[in-house]
Write a protein that binds this ligand. Structure first.
Ligand code: XUL
Ligand code: CO
Length: 436
């Protein structure tokens, strides 16, 4: 088979003192942390769309990146070479998982039937490459937002025929995800949202989105697909008001339409910041509601305010993220998918390796810091102390509903002004710094 990245051999762990830019300094796949290996905790995935299909285009200019696996005028030949290049990359970088959209792996043909045939060809090859390399599919998904037909959304499209097209695409994407042993399936809203109320029936669109998700739940059962379904919230872009704004909004939506038992969240760091939250808030909201599933690990640029999909590099953020994830019991079906692309100027194939090495190392450091924070219980103790009144008599009487308004008023009249306490934020931030 052609070697597409001949300049890189398998990337190895060499430790923090290594000066080799193509080695891990912190990610040692087999190192055991809190009873599991780093690879088992972190479950890294590389994403097909950004890593292999993004060629540096932006709003102001076309592609800047030239890849040897694109060197053919036959789109299926390109798909074939790209798949081989992808599995070579996965093996050399040492991620255990990958993720794709249907349209990333096989180009669309003139009819749905032809497109599905193309998918079958590529999926058969991917299945073989998975078996040969031990790679696993973290999740599959549908691209029902790039094609012109989806200009006004997929499930929320004003046209039932376009709803039908989206449903057909999801049906096939679920089938191939199952065929590849996918551990999950993602619904990111794409163009499920609106730009102006002047042309939008908001209630109808929400009802239809729920209908589409219900159909997916039913079909999953029908074909015996065991993977976890995820919703990936994002507040804006491409539409002005995306319906899956944030985790809180998704929870309410799923509850309203009786879908809450079938979905978990796929939280993307930069989507959280676009929603004026931060990554860790979204993670914590999900773990508090027992519906964190998986993570799209990236970062945005707070000064730009759009979805820049940069590789993670912030050690504070990965430490806190891993702290929240570990405290909730860690990933089961989910993992850390690098939904990130190299910059428009990072045109060399080796830049893909530097990007992943950086992301994997910064999460490995986050994991080790978080494990230490958990072992030493520093923050657990501070939190327990702050809420200790709730394990004393008054708190118990409130929580058990023994006390209502009248008893509480009587308590205050008897005991007078309650004491207040320091939140100790600065001290706790100093403690956090000591782990970084
Ligand atoms: C878009 C985004 C998508 C989803 C999958 O912002 O994050 O790549 O992760 O459709
Ligand atoms: Co994403």
């Amino acid at each position: 088979m052609t070697e597409y990245f001949p300049e890189v051999k398998k990337v190895k762990y060499e430790g923090p003192d290594s000066k080799n830019p193509l080695a891990f300094k912190y990610f040692d796949a087999s190192e055991v942390v809190l009873g599991k290996t780093m690879a088992e905790h972190l479950r890294f995935a590389s994403c097909y769309w950004h890593t292999f299909k993004n060629l540096g285009q932006d709003q102001f200019g076309g592609n800047t990146i030239i890849r040897n696996y694109n060197d053919s005028s036959d789109p299926m030949k390109v798909a074939d070479m790209t798949l081989e290049a992808a599995f070579e990359f996965f093996t050399k970088i040492g991620v255990d998982f990958w993720c794709f959209h249907d349209r990333d792996i096989a180009p669309e043909a003139d009819t749905l039937a032809e497109t599905n045939k193309r998918l079958d060809t590529i999926v058969a090859k991917a299945k073989k490459l998975q078996a040969d390399t031990g790679m696993k599919l973290l999740w599959g998904t549908t691209n029902a937002f790039s094609h012109r037909r989806f200009l006004a959304g997929a499930g929320t499209n004003p046209s039932p025929a376009i709803f039908a097209y989206a449903a057909s695409q999801i049906k096939k994407a679920m089938e191939i995800t199952k065929e590849l042993g996918g551990e999950g399936y993602v619904f990111w809203g794409g163009r499920e949202g609106y730009d102006t109320l002047l042309n939008t029936d908001l209630k109808m669109e929400l009802d239809h989105l729920a209908l589409l998700l219900q159909m997916a739940v039913d079909y999953k059962k029908k074909i015996g697909f065991k993977g976890q379904l995820y919703i990936e919230p994002k507040p804006k872009e491409p539409t002005k008001h995306q319906y899956d704004f944030d985790a809180g909004n998704c929870l309410a939506f799923l509850q309203k339409y009786d879908l809450v038992d079938y979905f978990k969240m796929n939280i993307e760091a930069n989507h959280a910041t676009l929603a004026s939250h931060d990554f860790c808030h979204e993670l914590a909201f999900c773990t508090a509601n027992n519906f964190l599933g998986s993570v799209d690990a990236n970062r945005g640029d707070l000064l730009l305010g759009w979805d820049t999909d940069q590789f993670p590099s912030n050690i504070y953020e990965t430490t806190m993220a891993m702290y929240i994830i570990l405290k909730s019991g860690g990933f089961t079906t989910g993992g850390l998918n690098f939904d990130a692309h190299v910059r428009r100027q990072s045109i060399d194939p080796v830049d893909l390796f530097y990007a992943h090495i950086g992301g994997m190392d910064v999460f490995a450091r986050g994991l080790k810091n978080a494990a230490k924070m958990i072992e030493e219980k520093t923050f657990d103790k501070a939190v327990a102390d702050r809420y200790k009144g709730w394990s004393e008599e008054l708190g118990k009487n409130i929580e058990s509903k023994k006390f209502g308004f009248e008893e509480l008023e009587a308590y205050i009249i008897k005991n007078g002004e309650p004491k207040v306490q320091s939140g100790k934020q600065e001290l706790l931030e100093n403690y956090l710094n000591s782990y970084i």
